[in-house]
Design a protein around this ligand. Structure first.
Ligand code: HEM
Length: 549
C-alpha cells in the first residue's frame, strides 16, 4: 500500500516537474489506437469494396442469363417450397423453360443451371469448379468429412491414395464375395415365387450391404439373413433429410434446422440408430466378431470398431504375431496399410473415408440394381435376351473375372438403367473463380447445378428417350453422340471412384437373379413416379412378382 502510494506520489511529482510526461504517454496510446483503427477501417472498406464489386459483377453476369422471375429477398426460394419429392420436377421445369445456362436464386445465392454436354465437359475438368457446394456439408453429421463432401488439397490427397486401391487386382479379389452374396439373394428371391407382388428393393439393398461389408470393411456381411429394416429405412431417410435441407434455404442455419420437424426427424433417425447399437449385447458382439466373425450391423459406431479391429490386425501381422490368411486387399485394410507407411490420414479421417465409401457404394448399387430388375420385369423380351446371354456365358457356374467382359448385353442393360435413373440427378459445385463457358461467364462464388437427369432424357441426344432401349448403347448407335451427354458416374476431377466396382457388382447380381427367377411387373415406365433426394428413387417402390425358372 505504502509503495503504491509512493509510486503515485512519484508520478505526480514527475508530472509536475515534467509537463510532457502525460503527453508522451497519451501520444503513444493515441498513435497505437489510431494506427489500429485505420488499419481495421482500411481492411473493412477494402473487403466491402471487393464484396460490392463481386456482387455487382455477379448480378451483372446473372442478369444476362434466362431464369424464372424473382421475388425481393427470397429470389426463387418460393418455387422450392414444395414436397421434397417434387424438387426434381421443379428443376426440370426451370431447365425446360429456359435455354441453359439458366439461373435461379435461393435468397442471396445464385445458382446457374447447366444441361448441355459441352458445358459439362468444361466444368468437370475445371479446377475452379472442383469444390463441392457448401450444401454437401449437411451430409457430414451422418458420414463425416470424406471424399463425397470434402474439397481442396486434403480431398485431392485422399482421392489420389484411394483410387488405386479400387484397382483390378483388388476387384478380382472382391468378385468371390459379390458372387456369394448374389447367390444368397437369388435364393431368397426364389422363395418368393408364387407369393404375389412384392418390393424387390430391400432384397437388393441387403445384398449390397453384405457385399460391401466384406469388400470395404473386410468383415463378413450377413444382413440378408438377419435383416435390418430400420437401418435400411434410415439410410434412405438420411439422404431425404439432407436433400430437404439443401433445397430449403431457411433450413441452412443449424439453430433453425434443429427446431424444425426435419431437425427433429434427424435426431429421431440418429436415436433409432443409437438405440439399435445399444440394444446389441456388446459382449455377444465381440465374441461373435472374434470367434465366428459375423458382424451384422453398421453405421457410425460400427465403423470405428471396424477400423480399430483392422488396425490391431495390421500391427499383429507386422509383428509376425499372426499370418494373413489372404492378400490384404479389402479397402479398409489397404487404407490402414497405406496410412501406416505415409501417415496421410488421422483416425477420424480414416473412419470418415471408410464410412463415406461404404455409404457411397451401398446406396447407389442397391438402388440401381433394383431399377435394373424392375425394368427387366417390365420388358420381358429384354429379360429373355439377358437370360440367354447369361446361359451362354456363365451357365450355372460361379461368376469369374473372365465372364464379366463377355456379358455385353447385360452391360447395355446396366448402362440404359443408369441413363434413365442417374443416381446423382443433380450435381452442385461452387465456382472458386470466374469460369468461361461457350455462351457465358459463370461468376466466382455462384453455385453450378448440373442436371444429368435432364440431359439423359433430352431428345437432342436420344431418340425415344423415355423408353428402355439397351441397344442404343451399341457402338454403331452411339456414333456422333457427345461423350458428356451421358455422365452417370460424373467425370473428370470428381468422377466416381467406384465405377468399375459398381459395374462388376451389378453384373454379378443380375446373373444370379435372372438365371434363377423370371420377373414380371404390373408397373410401367410411363406411369412410374420418380423422386429425387440425393439419388433418384421410385416413389411407387420396385414392385415385381417372381416365378422359378
Ligand atoms: C451404380 C453405382 C454408382 C453410381 C451410379 C455412382 C455415381 C457417382 C457419381 C455421379 C458421383 C459424383 C457425385 C457428385 O459429384 O456429386 C460419384 C462420386 C463418388 N462415388 Fe460413386 N457411384 C456408384 C457406385 C460407387 C461405388 C461402388 C463406390 C465405392 C466403392 C463409389 C464411391 C464414390 C465416391 C467416393 C465418390 C466421391 C468422389 C469424389 O468426389 O472425389 N461410388 N459416384
Amino acid at each position: 500500500m505504502s509503495s503504491e502510494s509512493g509510486t503515485w506520489k512519484q508520478s505526480k511529482f514527475e508530472a509536475r516537474e515534467n509537463p510532457l510526461f502525460f503527453w508522451q504517454y497519451f501520444d503513444t496510446t493515441f498513435f497505437l489506437v489510431t494506427t489500429i483503427t485505420l488499419m481495421v477501417s482500411f481492411w473493412f472498406f477494402r473487403t466491402l469494396k471487393q464484396w460490392y464489386r463481386d456482387r455487382a459483377r455477379t448480378l451483372y453476369l446473372a442478369a444476362k442469363l434466362p431464369g424464372p422471375p424473382t421475388l425481393p429477398l427470397i429470389g426463387n426460394a418460393h418455387l422450392f417450397a414444395c414436397n421434397p419429392e417434387e424438387t426434381l420436377d421443379k428443376i426440370k421445369q426451370i431447365v425446360q423453360s429456359v435455354d441453359t445456362p439458366g439461373r435461379f436464386w435461393l435468397g442471396p445465392k445464385l445458382f446457374i443451371v447447366l444441361a448441355e454436354p459441352r458445358d459439362y465437359e468444361v466444368i468437370l475438368g475445371c479446377h475452379k469448379a472442383s469444390y463441392k457446394d457448401k450444401m454437401y456439408e449437411f451430409i457430414e453429421p451422418f458420414v463425416g468429412k470424406g471424399l463425397v463432401s470434402g474439397s481442396g488439397p486434403v480431398h485431392r490427397a485422399h482421392r489420389k491414395a484411394i483410387m488405386p486401391m479400387l484397382n483390378s487386382k483388388a476387384l478380382n479379389e472382391y468378385l468371390e464375395y459379390f458372387d456369394t452374396h448374389s447367390r444368397i439373394c437369388s435364393e431368397l428371391l426364389e422363395e418368393k415365387a408364387g407369393t404375389g407382388v412384392f418390393d424387390i428393393q430391400p432384397f437388393m439393398v441387403h445384398c449390397t450391404f453384405d457385399m460391401i461389408f466384406d469388400t470395404i470393411l473386410g468383415m463378413p456381411g450377413s444382413s440378408q439373413k438377419e435383416g435390418h429394416k430400420e437401418l435400411v429405412y434410415w439410410t434412405e431417410k438420411m439422404y431425404e433429410l439432407v436433400h430437404t435441407r439443401m433445397i430449403k434455404v431457411w433450413l441452412h442455419a443449424d439453430w433453425i434446422f434443429s427446431w424444425t420437424d426435419h431437425g427433429k426427424k434427424q435426431k429421431e433417425g440418429q436415436h433409432v440408430i443409437h438405440s439399435f447399437i445399444e440394444s446389441v449385447n456388446f459382449i455377444h458382439l465381440m465374441i461373435t466378431a472374434y470367434l465366428s466373425a459375423s458382424i451384422v450391423f453398421l453405421f457410425p459406431f460400427e465403423i470405428p470398431q471396424a477400423v480399430a479391429r483392422k488396425k490391431k490386425e495390421h500391427y499383429a501381422i507386422e509383428r509376425g504375431a499372426i499370418a494373413p490368411d489372404r492378400p490384404r486387399l479389402m479397402l479398409l485394410e489397404q487404407l490402414i496399410d497405406h496410412n501406416a507407411k505415409t501417415n496421410l490420414m488421422n483416425d477420424t479421417e480414416l473412419r470418415d473415408e471408410t464410412y463415406t465409401i461404404f455409404t457411397a457404394a451401398q446406396d447407389t448399387t442397391g438402388v440401381i440394381s433394383s431399377f435394373a430388375l424392375l425394368n427387366l420385369a417390365m420388358n420381358q423380351e429384354i429379360q429373355d435376351k439377358v437370360r440367354e446371354e447369361i446361359r451362354n456365358v456363365v451357365g450355372n457356374d460361379s461368376v469369374t473375372v473372365e465372364h464379366l467382359p463377355e456379358l455385353k448385353y447385360t452391360e447395355l442393360v446396366i448402362k440404359e438403367t443408369l441413363r434413365l435413373y442417374p443416381i446423382a440427378p443433380l450435381m452442385v459445385r461452387e465456382a472458386t473463380g470466374d469460369i468461361d463457358l461457350e455462351t457465358c461467364t459463370l461468376p466466382k462464388g455462384c453455385s453450378i447445378v448440373m442436371v444429368p437427369y435432364e440431359t439423359h432424357r433430352s431428345t437432342k441426344y436420344w431418340s425415344d428417350p423415355e423408353k428402355f432401349i439397351p441397344e442404343r448403347f451399341l457402338p454403331e448407335n452411339s456414333v456422333g453422340r457427345h461423350p458428356y451427354a451421358y455422365i452417370p458416374f460424373s467425370g473428370g476431377l470428381r468422377g466416381c471412384v467406384g465405377q468399375k466396382f459398381a459395374i462388376m457388382c451389378l453384373k454379378t447380381m443380375l446373373v444370379h437373379v435372372i438365371r434363377k427367377v423370371r420377373l414380371t411387373s404390373t408397373q410401367n415406365l410411363e406411369t412410374l413416379r420418380l423422386k429425387a433426394d440425393i439419388s433418384v428413387r421410385s416413389r411407387d417402390g420396385y414392385m415385381v412378382s417372381v416365378e422359378r425358372i
